[in-house]
Structure formats: C-alpha cells, structure tokens
Design a binder for this molecule. Structure first.
Ligand SMILES: CC(C)CCC[C@@H](C)[C@H]1CC[C@H]2[C@@H]3CC=C4C[C@@H](O)CC[C@]4(C)[C@H]3CC[C@]12C
Length: 273
C-alpha cells in the first residue's frame, strides 16, 4: 500500500520535476532512490526456494542451456549494436586518444561506446576481465564486489556485481545479476553480458537492482603493435531507480573513463612485475 501511495505522489509531481532547478532535482533524485529502497524492502523476500531443493540433474542442465543461450544472444545483440555504424555522436575525446560515442536506441535508451588502445594482449585482457572477474574490486574502486554464482562450461558465467558507494552518493549503490559470455575468433576476444535471473538471488534490500546489457567488450590486437589491443566497450545500462536521465547520461560515460583509467593502472602493475 505505502509504495503504491508514494508512486502515485511521484507520478503527480512528475510534470513539476521537469521544470525544477538542478539542485532540487538532485535532492528529489536522492528521495526517489530512498523510495525505491523502501519499495524493495516491501517486496522482499516472499519467494520460497523449497520447490527447488529436490531439483533433478535434468533441470540443472536445462539451466545451463538457458544461461549459455542467453549469454550468446546477449553477445550477438550487443555486437550488432556496435557494428552498426549509423547514428553515433561523439560524446568525449580524451587527451590520451580515448573516445566515447553515444547513440539513442529505439525505446529511448542511450548507449555508450568507448574505444581505447591498451598495453596488453587480447588474451591478457580476457584473463583480467573475464576469468578473474572476481578480483575486479582489487583494482577498480567503482566496484564493491563481483561474485561468480555459476559456471557454465568454460565460457559462460552468472555473476552478481555490486557497485561501490559514489562520492556524494548521488547515484546510490546498484547491484546487477548478469550472465557473462566470452568467445574467441581468430585473434579477437568478445565478451558479452546481459541482466539475467537467478532463483536464490532476488533483488536485495538496500540495493537498487540495475540491468546491464546487452553489452559487449571487443578485444582486438592492434595491427602495427601486436602486444597492444583496441578495447571497444558498449555500455548499455538501465540504472533503474528514480534518477533524472540527464544525471545518468553524465554518470555513465564518466564511469567508462574511470574504468579505463583503473584498468590501465592494473595493466601497468602487471607489466612492472
Ligand atoms: C553509474 C553507476 C550507477 C554504475 C557504475 C559502475 C559500473 C561502471 C560497473 C558496475 C558493474 C561493472 C561491470 C561488472 C562486470 C563486468 C564484466 C567484465 O567481463 C567486463 C567489465 C564489466 C562489464 C563491468 C563494467 C563496469 C560496471 C558496469
């Protein structure tokens, strides 16, 4: 009941929100976030897992096939978005040559494509970004923790990702439940991902469950420098909650720039070891 009433209030005030000044909007955003957390608390936990305690092996295999297919589909969809060269606009160009392009997809979702050249081979990056994904919080302060919940074959994972608190905490902590899939062709490595479901991990109280994907990373050796790679990352994220779109559209490319900065530091450490 309470969430319904709050939702109604937010709905009524929406036209006013559009005409608000920045600071007021930010304050409202934080309120919205709180509201969302409250809502989570109301709808949690309810779900029982008793039904699943006597699962047969056949059912487990069915799950494996489901995640495998979902991972592959996410990668393919994301690659199609990246490979379609129409409609991208330059968002930022960093001094070091990194660029971010953005594009608005049908349904009004804004996605970001970062391109950066890194001092590592595609295999090294595959290792850091996929096989050792649970170590990511050690070198990336934007991430609180990543847990692999399930391995399917050698190339598909179900992961739970928790973002770190941000300075000022304007965008509150998010958690993601994703399927991650990797594939290799000739010399390129492709990493794909998308939001998924996992019975024993419904949205957590205190977190906003965001949705990642379909998203992908392409790791491609540079022709004139085989020990370096072109890193192409499609960020396609629904951060959920009640944040103003303008704030989100600024935070996302910034998150990409930060991610790349920390990844470079991680690689430099590797190279000096
Ligand atoms: C702006 C706020 C809400 C979010 C900031 C945190 C973002 C940048 C974090 C949270 C979870 C993170 C993802 C977690 C796991 C993976 C899988 C890995 O194979 C490539 C990187 C990738 C895809 C991360 C990219 C950065 C990421 C999306």
């Amino acid at each position: 009941m309470l969430p319904a009433v709050l939702k109604l209030c937010c709905g009524i005030s929406y036209p006013h929100v559009r005409s608000m000044a920045g600071l007021q909007r930010a304050a409202l955003a934080v309120f919205g976030q709180e509201f969302r957390l409250l809502q989570n608390r109301f709808s949690f936990p309810a779900r029982s897992s008793i039904r699943h305690t006597h699962r047969s092996a056949a059912l487990a295999d069915e799950d494996d096939v489901f995640y495998q297919k979902q991972g592959e589909a996410a990668l393919n969809e994301a690659l199609q978005i990246v490979e379609n060269r129409d409609g991208w606009t330059l968002e930022t160009a960093e001094k070091n040559g990194d660029v971010i392009y953005s594009k608005v997809l049908t349904g009004n979702r804004k996605v970001f494509r970062l391109e950066a050249d890194l001092d590592a081979t595609a295999d090294e990056l595959h290792d850091i970004l996929f096989f050792r994904v649970e170590e990511m919080h050690e070198w990336n302060p934007s991430i609180r923790r990543i847990t692999v919940l399930k391995h399917v074959g050698g190339n598909t994972l179900v992961t739970h990702e928790v973002s770190a608190e941000t300075a000022g905490n304007l965008i509150g902590q998010r958690d993601f439940l994703s399927v991650r899939h990797s594939s290799k062709s000739e010399s390129c490595v492709y990493l794909g991902g998308a939001a998924t479901r996992f019975e024993s991990l419904p949205p957590q109280p205190g977190f906003v469950r965001a949705e990642d994907g379909p998203t992908c990373i392409i790791l491609q050796p540079l022709q004139d420098a085989p020990h370096r790679s072109r890193f192409t990352w499609l960020l396609n994220m629904d951060v959920k909650g009640w944040l103003p779109q303008s704030l989100v559209n600024k935070a996302l490319p910034r998150a990409q720039v930060d991610f790349t900065k920390h990844l470079r530091r991680r690689l430099a450490e590797n190279n000096s070891r």
